[in-house]
Design a protein around this ligand. Structure first.
Ligand SMILES: NC(=O)c1ccc[n+]([C@@H]2O[C@H](COP(=O)([O-])OP(=O)(O)OC[C@H]3O[C@@H](n4cnc5c(N)ncnc54)[C@H](O)[C@@H]3O)[C@@H](O)[C@H]2O)c1
Length: 306
């Protein structure tokens, strides 16, 4: 579709060696963009880029530590010399620190802010002059549902992601007159290595499933469509927004069936178990969607009425 075509556009993705950064890069490359995959881990990003080249994509890669302002300026400069322009910037690189506040030092707090938030300021400032010259640009920042709500034990991450929502509006205001849009994506729970620790806790995995109207976590590739939308002319009149990609988790409250299932512990209905084969509608909508029984055996019809 023409509105989503990125042929001739140059995209730079940070943190592209794995997870959502890789998924964003695939989506942009498939939409026709020339993509520069960057990451702090040089070997990993090279390996990833080789997979793109093998698949016939127009990509290259570079090591880039987004938390270092000097390296950011140098790295962006080199990419601009190589490609002449950067049309699309995906500020994706990020880290998480799961630690109680009283055990977290101010240095750790600053480090998370630096990698997750200050980096997006530095990257956007470094890339903007080229976008301004071309009177066109798309900046896409990865925030999180933790940019809207909070969770205990993640104060540094929550603060940084709330900051990304504000920075997104500020960038949109500053560069809008030059034809540059800036929007954010707030993912819910995706299967990536960032979530490895919580994925090992089946109770937590299940609680997300129960809490989410679509009754599942997301695959990393499910980020791609939103990235292409925000990178393309399909979103030409949209700026300063945060699109929440969480299958409705933060827009809904628990109904009685879900609440009961939450309290059910290991006795959860099979619909809620951490089994990838559970019969919940998948992204392609083919799997069956069956009524849900509460752990007490009553049909929780309101739960199945999605
Ligand atoms: N996975 C989720 O469920 C989820 C949910 C909400 C938001 N997010 C956000 O999406 C983004 C990507 O998350 P993910 O799950 O793919 O994470 P991930 O940990 O799997 O991958 C992050 C990538 O960023 C790179 N990186 C880390 N520090 C860097 C630095 N200083 N400079 C350059 N690269 C660096 C890592 O090497 C890695 O390749 C993050 O900003 C994260 O906060 C993820």
């Amino acid at each position: 579709m023409k509105e989503f075509d990125l042929t001739g556009k140059v995209a730079l993705v940070t943190g592209a060696a794995r997870g959502l950064g890789t998924a964003a890069s695939w989506a942009l490359a498939r939409a026709g963009a020339t993509v520069v995959l960057t990451d702090i881990h040089e070997d990993a990003v090279r390996e990833r880029n080789a997979e793109f080249i093998a698949a016939g994509m127009d990509t290259s890669c570079a090591q880039l530590d987004v938390s270092n302002e000097t390296l950011v300026a140098q790295g962006v400069d080199e990419i601009l010399q190589r490609h002449g322009r950067i049309d699309i910037l995906v500020n994706n690189a990020g880290i998480i620190l799961r630690k109680p506040m009283v055990e977290t030092s101010a240095t750790e707090f600053r480090n998370v802010l630096n990698v997750n938030l200050v980096s997006m300021f530095s990257m956007s400032a470094a890339v903007a002059p080229s976008m301004i010259r071309h009177r066109h640009g798309r900046i896409i920042n990865l925030t999180s549902i933790m940019g809207h709500i909070a969770r205990a034990g993640q104060s540094t991450y929550v603060a940084s992601k709330h900051g990304v929502v504000g920075l997104t509006k500020a960038i949109a205001a500053e560069f809008g007159p030059h034809g540059i849009t800036c929007n954010a994506i707030a993912p819910g729970y995706f299967y990536t290595e960032m979530n490895q620790q919580v994925l090992n806790e089946s109770a937590f995995h299940d609680s997300v499933v129960i809490r989410t109207p679509l009754r599942r976590w997301a695959d990393a590739d499910e980020l791609g469509g939103t990235v292409v939308f925000l990178a393309s002319s399909a979103s030409a009149y949209m700026t300063a927004q945060t699109l929440v990609l969480d299958a409705g988790m933060t827009a809904t409250v628990l109904d009685p069936g879900q609440a009961a299932a939450m309290q059910g512990g290991s006795g959860l209905d099979s619909r809620f178990q951490a089994n990838p084969a559970f019969p919940v509608a998948g992204p392609d909508g083919t799997a069956a969607f069956e009524p849900i029984k509460s752990p007490h055996g009553e049909l929780a019809s309101q739960v199945s009425a999605v």
